[in-house]
Design a protein around this ligand. Structure first.
Ligand code: PSU
Ligand code: MN
Length: 305
């Protein structure tokens, strides 16, 4: 497994020096945001993590290798590529064996982070149980990965393109704790509240780190969702975003969009239908998550020593 890993000079140096590292996904770059804001955001998010005392490791599959930490030219390549494949657990071996260009989802990034010994991973939103899953069976592989792989995932909750209640039920069934930061409520990505509470509110990085260490010391394998609401000044109003999400869902249904294309289709339609306003919210929340993730990585690191 380790033979597939290729560390960037920055991440290799961090590992050698025993510094805290934070993983970042690449599907958010290739399929989650338009070019060039995607590449610009990826760079800025990495810098937020550096400024907070940790080292960023954006993960992607390039030339048969799991690249942990990307050079600037690789970020640009990924952000601008028409042929980058969206890679979840199912797709990982194919994309590596065929040496294709792969952008990792939450699930695949968790797998790669765990292989690389990285405990904290920052993203925007995780996948979940889709609305209508009782007939479509469309449940993101992200949730199964959270059930099995030991990585803490910092996110702004899940978008209401999903059935948030069923997503939380699924996580409960599979023993995945959902932590909230700064409020009891589980956030809904664009908005700070989903109408559901997280399981446990843990406001400080030290508390979060102690909880995560305790889980893993008990041998309770699997991840933790650390949900962090979008900053107040960047949040959208639910009456604004709800109608747009409903329209995007109707369009996906009418066009018969299926499988791994569903989430990227919805994300792109939401961006267009909000005239780009959702993109500004998306960028703000990812940066805010990067700060929480970096502080958590530093605290986990301190707790281990
Ligand atoms: N949700 C978002 N932005 C994203 C994604 C989800 O708000 O970019 C991406 C992530 O990479 C996530 C993936 O892991 O979509 C989930 O895809 P699916 O629903 O096909 O499992
Ligand atoms: Mn799906």
């Amino acid at each position: 497994m380790q033979a597939f890993l290729q560390f960037s000079p920055e991440v290799a140096a961090a590992r050698a020096a025993g510094k805290p590292v934070v993983a970042l996904e690449s599907t958010i770059i290739s399929h989650g945001m338009p070019y060039p804001q995607n590449v610009q955001t990826a760079r800025e998010v990495e810098q937020v993590i550096r400024d907070a005392g940790a080292v960023p490791a954006t993960i992607a599959l390039i030339d048969g290798k799991i690249c942990v930490g990307l050079a600037d030219a690789q970020l640009e390549q990924l952000g601008n590529a028409q042929d980058a494949l969206k890679v979840s657990r199912r797709d990982l071996a194919y994309v590596l064996a065929e040496k294709k260009l792969g952008a990792t989802t939450v699930a695949a990034t968790m797998i790669c982070a765990a292989l690389a010994g990285i405990e904290v991973f920052v993203t925007g939103g995780i996948g979940g149980v889709h609305r209508g899953a009782e007939t479509s069976f469309d449940i993101s592989a992200d949730l199964q990965e959270l059930a099995r792989t030991n990585v803490a995932v910092v996110c702004a909750g899940v978008k209401s393109i999903l059935d948030i209640g069923l997503t939380l039920e699924y996580l409960e069934t599979h023993g995945v704790p959902v932590v909230s930061v700064g409020q009891p409520g589980f956030p809904a990505f664009f908005t700070r509240e989903s109408g559901f509470n997280a399981d446990f509110q843990l406001d400080t990085p030290a508390q979060q780190a102690r909880f995560i260490r305790t889980k893993w010391q008990l041998g309770l394998t699997g991840g933790v969702v650390v949900s962090n609401p979008v900053p107040v000044e960047s949040a959208m109003q639910s009456d604004e975003i709800d109608g747009i999400i409903a329209q995007a869902l109707r369009e996906a249904d009418a066009r018969g969009v299926k499988g791994k294309a569903v989430t990227p289709f919805l994300l792109a339609r939401i961006k267009d239908l909000t005239g780009g306003r959702s993109l500004a919210t998306n960028i703000a929340l990812v940066k805010n998550n990067a700060l929480v993730g970096a502080h958590l990585a530093v605290a986990l690191h301190a707790a281990a020593h």
